[in-house]
Design a protein around this ligand. Structure first.
Ligand code: NAP
Length: 267
């Protein structure tokens, strides 16, 4: 594993999160980054020899596709020299189906993965799917690739990837919005912006940590802080009403999943 070479196309938000996850992991792979306009962070990592930036192409063990789905068709032509007969291609692009990857990249050694940005600190969750005709060793290799980023689930049927994208791929954004909204609500109740931001942030981090460390069911933890006729109950009566949080989240995840399906048809 020490000599494993990963070539990653696209070092934007998610690509950088993957790179950070690999650099933090124990078995450091050789990382080649292909990005025409790399960020200052990527340039600094290249200066420190943590990765190679835009080197000459040669077949890699794994090629990771982390560009926007909209430009994949163009980028696919630049990938040919990186893909040898044994190269595994792992695509993290939302909405690009295995069939299209196969057609444009001319290989059967393909795994699709949907990671998320907490992978940068080893707390991500990645879900993978592979072609029915794919090799078992490709799935094993993809799981090993994603392991330093956190949980790896799958392979799941490709039809589930739209929902997965809407839940775990986009999910961190929902939680960040919750922190922002809670801080906004605190300000509306007269607390200072700084105090509000701190309270919201620490509350969400602490609650997530409690969920993790106790391993308790979230519904049980919620009921534990909800006494009859109390303050939490008054708030939850609002959040749980017909058009409240569960209904909004259902709508949001459905919109993300629909967008994923639309991307797959080139929209
Ligand atoms: N963000 C997430 O949380 C998340 C989660 C799961 C999956 N994904 C998937 O990850 C992919 C990337 O998303 P992102 O949010 O990281 O987007 P992003 O920040 O825009 O990153 C895409 C990167 O690709 C670069 N790029 C453009 N043309 C290229 C080329 N010809 N060769 C190599 N690199 C090129 C872009 O450079 P420029 O900025 O200069 O154009 C940019 O750095 C998407 O397909 C998305 O579906 C994202």
């Amino acid at each position: 594993m020490a000599s494993r070479q990963i070539a990653i196309f696209g070092a934007g938000r998610m690509g950088s999160a993957l790179i950070d996850g690999w650099l933090r992991g124990r078995s450091r792979p050789q990382i080649c980054v292909i990005d025409p306009q790399p960020s200052d962070l990527i340039k600094a990592q290249a200066d420190e020899d943590a990765l190679a930036l835009n080197p000459a192409p040669r077949p890699a063990d794994v090629v990771v596709v982390a560009v926007k789905p909209q430009i994949f068709e163009t980028v696919a032509t630049e990938m040919a020299d990186w893909i040898g007969p044994e190269t595994l291609v792992v695509s993290i692009m939302a909405g690009i189906r295995i069939k299209m990857l196969r057609e444009l990249l001319g290989t059967d050694h393909i795994v699709r993965a949907m990671p998320n940005t907490p992978g940068a600190i080893g707390w991500g969750v990645s879900v993978i799917c592979a072609p029915d005709t794919g090799r078992k060793k490709d799935v094993t290799k993809a799981k090993r690739l994603l392991k330093p980023l956190g949980h790896v689930e799958g392979p799941v049927p490709e039809t589930q990837m739209s929902a997965v994208t809407g839940v775990s791929g986009s999910g961190p954004a929902y939680l960040f919005l919750l922190v922002e909204a809670l801080a906004g609500a605190a300000e509306a109740e007269g607390l200072s912006p700084k105090f509000s931001a701190m309270l919201a942030r620490e509350t969400i981090i602490g609650a997530a940590q409690l969920l993790y460390e106790t391993g308790e069911d979230p519904g049980r933890l919620r009921k534990n802080v909800t006494s009859k006729g109390g303050t939490t109950e008054a708030a939850l009566d609002i959040l749980l009403r017909g058009d409240g949080m569960p209904s909004l989240l259902r709508e949001a995840v459905r919109a993300a999943a629909s967008r994923e399906r639309a991307l797959s048809s080139g929209k």
